[in-house]
Design a protein around this ligand. Structure first.
Ligand code: ADP
Length: 478
């Protein structure tokens, strides 16, 4: 019994140390806010000036509701691939209607040739165009216009063209790297006899921002927190120092931050984060993403539980469990344990038993497991909130006065402008506690008055719909 009690205390100690090293008091979050704003500056000042790439998108005209007509979009960004048709009525009307078709990308195409992949995409589009949708297309002269959401790192050369820098997310097609992906698509469409023009090439966050802005012109930034995480925002063209003389008609441009790669010494990092990073295929890369996004949260929790099981193998063993298998605990399962509100935590027991092969874990240990999920998710959500406010700070929308208030800052309270951030991704939309922690941290950092002017607005399917909207805003008839 004495031995057991000692083991239990050791397990508690693992939790206590975890809580300590994951702590995110508001003071620390504000340091992260500042670091984000500083890194944004650095990334805009020079190429390679920061871990934040701050990529130019050449999107200087966000849709505002005046767009009219029928537009197409392709959305390629992960395992699924979507084709969309969007009908716009103009005059600030809501989107009149849209047809969407999803399909998985056949596994073998992810590692085949550029031609095979783009031919597949073009023929899916052809089938889609030929099928009647729910909304019949207005017969219109000229070619069709299409927006292409391509969520891989691209160096843009215009709003509708850009070169693939590298593949991620399981894709590996050597001969696409260094090529203009728009042109690849354009050629494949010609081969299929399709008269469609790629009017916009964007990544998913830009799509989310475009849909946000279409619905509400106070939208200034977009954040995605799903399997991975990224953000973009509307910057003044003259603040993009690395691109001198950049002229845009609107005076602004959307910047794709690639914020998953953000890093700061103020981020509360644990030994579990370090071990996860070392074991990953991209060590030292995507540091912020590895603390925040759905791809990783479950695995951080698994690593803590593994550590606990090494202290207490009687109640939390046997060593034959599957706890040692990387990524076996997916984030949605972790969330299900976290959100188990049954008295005896039966959902926790079920997942521990079925997924990790840890049978008969006593209730007090189940409570510990829930606590671990809570610590990791709370940290992630609060850091994401700090990141968002870092963006607002950079553009003077965090209520701190910033550039907008001018020299009368101290004697004149500035009126905070209504500010909307479009947000998308499974963590925010499907994980209630994550969302609550994020919202709460926004309030804590900004204070009640300022945060009442900052609205996080969920954009369903923004990445695809947004591409059609950017195409519309950049098509000749506009
Ligand atoms: P993606 O980022 O893959 O394009 P989503 O934005 O829908 O797609 O995000 C999916 C990710 O969100 C999943 O990988 C998962 O990690 C996370 N997720 C989805 N549902 C939940 C949930 N209920 N609880 C926690 N995480 C979830």
């Amino acid at each position: 019994r004495v031995r057991r009690r000692r083991k239990w205390r050791k397990m508690l100690k693992v939790l206590e140390e975890l809580e300590e090293s994951c702590a995110t008091p508001v003071g620390r979050l504000k340091q992260v806010v500042d670091a984000m704003a500083v890194e944004m500056h650095a990334g805009l000042a020079s190429e390679g000036g920061s871990k934040l790439k701050m990529l130019l998108t050449y999107v200087d005209k966000l849709p505002n509701g005046s767009e009219k007509g029928t537009y197409y979009a392709l959305d390629l960004g992960g395992t699924n691939f979507r084709v969309l048709r969007v009908h716009l009525g103009g005059q600030r009307s809501a989107i009149l209607g849209q047809d969407i078709e999803r399909q998985p990308i056949p596994q073998h195409l992810m590692t085949s040739t550029s031609k095979d992949l783009f031919d597949f995409i073009a023929s899916s589009l052809k089938d889609f165009i030929e099928k009647e949708g729910n909304f019949s297309e207005q017969p219109s002269p000229g070619r069709r216009e299409l927006g292409f959401t391509f969520s891989f790192p691209v160096k843009q050369s215009s709003v509708s063209s850009g070169i693939l820098m590298k593949w991620t997310k399981g894709f590996a097609i050597e001969d696409t790297i260094g090529r203009d992906v728009s042109e690849c698509l354009q050629l494949a469409m010609s081969r299929k006899g399709l008269d469609v023009r790629v009017a916009a090439l964007i990544n998913d966050t830009v799509g989310t921002l475009a849909l946000g802005h279409y619905n509400d012109e106070d939208t200034v930034a977009a954040v995605i927190i799903g399997t991975g995480t990224n953000a973009c925002y509307l910057e003044r063209a003259d603040a993009i120092i690395k691109c001198q003389g950049l002229l845009t008609t609107s005076g602004g441009m959307v910047v794709n931050m690639e914020w998953g790669n953000f890093w700061s010494s103020h981020l509360p990092r644990t030994s579990y984060d370090i071990a996860l990073d070392v074991a990953s295929p991209n060590p030292n890369d995507q540091g912020f993403e590895k603390m925040i996004s759905g791809m990783y949260l479950g695995d951080i929790v698994r690593r803590v539980l593994l550590r606990m099981s090494e202290e207490e193998s009687d109640d939390f063993g046997p060593s034959s469990s599957k706890l040692a298998i990387p990524f076996i605990l997916r984030t949605p399962l972790m969330a299900a344990m976290h959100e188990d509100d049954s008295l005896d935590l039966s959902e926790v027991a079920k997942i521990l038993g079925e997924v990790l092969e840890l049978p008969d874990v006593p209730v007090k240990v189940r409570k510990l497991v829930v606590k671990v999920c809570d610590v990791i998710t709370r940290r992630a959500a609060r850091l994401a909130a700090a990141g968002i406010i870092g963006i607002l700070k950079k553009i003077g929308r965090d209520g701190s006065g910033g550039i907008a208030s001018g020299k009368f800052r101290s004697d004149r309270p500035t009126r905070m402008r209504r500010t909307v951030v479009a947000i998308e991704g499974g963590l925010y939309t499907s994980y209630t506690l994550f969302r609550e922690y994020l919202d709460e941290a926004m309030m804590e950092i900004l204070g009640e008055e300022v945060s009442s002017h900052v609205i996080l607005r969920v954009m369903e399917d923004g990445s695809g719909t947004g591409a059609a909207l950017v195409a519309a805003a950049n098509s000749p008839s506009e």
